[in-house]
Each structure stands twice: as structure tokens, then as C-alpha cells.
Design a binder for this molecule. Structure first.
Ligand SMILES: [Zn+2]
Ligand SMILES: [Zn+2]
Length: 342
């Protein structure tokens, strides 16, 4: 079966286009009719800079890794035609040492939607029809709100970060930087039984959203945190989600001795890293990257209403208006999560 599909393609800095392509399904995997996608920070980076970190687009690439849709054709019986599915954008090889150890997010041959990390670039989900591995499809009830279910991927990122910290139940949690990921971290920490969740950000608007999603206290980034620095720090776990170097230094100050800091935001180098403080307080600083099994958990949490991320929904555009949608999503004064309808 061959279908024509319209795809949102990024060609370089500020160059995005809707193109017409053909998709041929030959009985392998699952053909999904994409219904909705969300613009993520990495999509914005490709649009604004033509690259994410050191990974520049090498050829026109379909954007997007946060997508849901319905099953059109499939090779497995657990999926039904018309079934709604959230698509896990990670396709791990299943054979390398990391896959065999269940650390699929570290796969040596990972093909992740809409990413220029591999050569050639891996196309994303910003298209009307896409063939994926059937294992990438996580079904959900058709009565559920698509605007909510499409948050599965960023929520999975947050659940993985929580796991990297060893959980947050009964803990005092600090979230530094409450963009969409920071806000979802707040919601996930709350749902996981955190005792207190305190957030900081430079934007009052972002802090209001964090409060909406469960923050106990919000602070502007230049507020003094003297109280939280006393006695070697206040927080059991800090999540640094802003990527700003000075924010990690602050986390090191306000996390109690033997506490844990998870670096979630894509940060740069820190010129004067306070190594002595890390050593003397015996802090554990860990990175976090994408997710593994947490994707399925994220779908379950959204389906059950454990987390409702709708406060982060800033509006939707037709895929034909992808350029406008990206511009709006890039305006952090106005937009959190902007969705595309296919
Ligand atoms: Zn994302
Ligand atoms: Zn692998």
C-alpha cells in the first residue's frame, strides 16, 4: 500500500517547509496515521540554529519526536486498526551491550525520531503517515484527550530523571528552571510523593505554571536562598533543568550533604566548578538522558489522570502552519507547549 503524506521538514536555520512524500507499507511494522505532535526544545534548536549542540542537520529532516496517532496497518495482533497509540520515538538496536543490559537509552545505534545525532539524520514524526516498529506503539483508550496524551514523551524524560535520583518519595525537592520539562518534573515529583517541591526560575510566568502543577514554593532566580543554604543545604534531591551554569552551582549550595543533583537541562561548562563543595558534602551529581521503560509508565500516568499537563498547552496549529507554530513556540514569554495537528 502506498500513500502520500505531507511532512514538516527542517532544512537549516529558519528554513522549514511542508513537503509531499510517499510512504509504502509492505507488511513490516505498523503504519500510523499521525494525529498530533508537540514542538519540543530540540525541534526549536534545529529551527533556530540548524543544530542541537554539535549535531547539525546534514540534509532536510522531518521534525518532531513527540507524536501520537492511530493504527492504519500493523503486523501484530495486539494492535487493532483504528487503535490510538503514543509513539515511543526511540528505536534502539536491541543487540548492543547497553540494549542487552536494558539501558536502551544508551544504545550504540539508537535511531531517535527527528535527530541529527546519527548520520544520516533520522526523520521525525512530523508527518501524516509514518511506519514505525510495532514495539514503538503504546496503545491508549480512544476516549482520552489527545492534547494530554501527546505529553507522553516529555513526561517519560522526567520520570527517567526521577529514577536517576533514586526516587523522591518523602523527599524535599528543588527544581531549578521550570520550562515545560521543569514543570512536568514538578508534577511527576508531586505524584511520586515528594514532601516539598520548591522551584526557581527567572520568569514569573513559568513559576505560576509550576505552582499550578504542584510546586509548594516558588522563587525568582535572583532571590536569596540563604535559608536553603544553611546547615549544608536543605534539599534531598535537586533537579537542574535550566541548563544555566550558575544554576548548577546554586544546586550544589542548597542540596544537603549526601544529597543528589540530577542535571536535566543541557548545560554548558562551568568556569569555576565548586569541586571542593561536591567532595566535602559527598554529593552525588548524575546526568539523565531520554528514557527507557518510562515511556509506557508516562502513557499510563496520563491515561489515569495521575498527572494532568494541560496547563502547559499553549495552543495548536495545523501542520501547514509549522513555521508560525515554531515561531510562536520560540516566544518563551507567551508559549509553553505548542501542538501541531496533522
Ligand atoms: Zn521532547
Ligand atoms: Zn543497542
Amino acid at each position: 500500500m502506498t500513500l502520500s503524506t505531507h511532512s514538516c521538514v527542517v532544512k537549516g536555520k529558519h528554513e522549514v517547509e511542508v513537503i509531499s512524500q510517499r510512504v509504502t507499507y509492505q507488511g513490516e511494522g505498523t503504519l500510523v496515521k499521525i494525529s498530533r505532535g508537540v514542538i519540543c526544545g530540540s525541534d526549536l534548536h534545529y529551527y533556530q540554529h540548524g543544530k542541537v549542540g554539535n549535531y547539525a542537520i546534514q540534509m532536510p529532516m522531518i521534525l518532531g519526536h513527540e507524536v501520537i496517532g492511530t493504527v492504519e496497518k500493523t503486523n501484530i495482533s495486539v494492535l487493532k486498526l483504528g487503535q490510538k497509540v503514543a509513539i515511543n520515538p526511540s528505536k534502539a538496536c536491541g543487540e548492543c551491550q547497553y540494549c542487552l543490559a536494558d539501558d536502551t537509552n544508551q544504545c550504540l545505534a539508537m535511531r531517535f525520531f527527528g535527530s541529527a545525532m546519527m548520520c544520516p539524520d533520522v526523520d521525525g514524526g512530523g508527518t501524516q503517515y509514518k511506519i514505525v516498529d510495532s514495539a514503538q506503539c503504546v496503545p491508549f483508550e480512544s476516549s482520552l484527550d489527545d492534547r494530554i496524551m501527546v505529553f507522553a514523551e516529555p513526561l517519560a524524560v522526567c520520570l527517567h530523571a526521577l529514577n536517576q535520583a533514586g526516587g523522591v518519595a518523602d523527599k524535599r525537592v528543588f527544581v531549578s528552571g521550570v520550562g515545560p520539562i521543569g514543570c512536568l518534573l514538578v508534577a511527576a515529583a508531586k505524584a511520586s510523593g515528594a514532601k516539598e517541591i520548591i522551584c526557581s526560575d527567572i520568569s514569573a510566568r513559568a513559576l505560576a505554571l509550576a505552582e499550578n502543577l504542584g510546586a509548594s514554593v516558588t522563587l525568582l532566580a535572583d532571590d536569596e536562598m540563604m535559608f536553603y543554604r544553611a546547615q549544608k543545604g536543605f534539599f534531598d534531591v535537586s533537579f537542574e533543568a535550566s541548563g544555566h551554569p550558575s544554576a548548577l552551582t546554586r544546586c550544589i549550595d542548597v542540596t544537603r550533604a549526601k544529597g543528589c543533583i540530577v542535571q536535566v537541562g543541557m548545560g554548558g561548562d562551568i568556569p569555576q566548578f565548586p569541586m571542593m563543595t561536591v567532595i566535602a558534602k559527598a554529593l552525588r551529581i548524575v546526568g539523565t538522558f531520554r528514557f527507557t521503560h518510562e515511556f509506557t509508565t508516562a502513557v499510563e500516568w496520563l491515561a489515569s489522570g495521575t498527572i494532568n499537563p494541560l496547563a502547559l498547552f499553549s495552543g495548536e496549529y495545523s501542520y501547514r502552519e509549522v513555521d508560525e507554530a515554531l515561531q510562536f513556540a520560540g516566544d518563551k514569554q507567551r508559549a509553553s507547549k505548542v501542538q501541531l495537528v496533522f
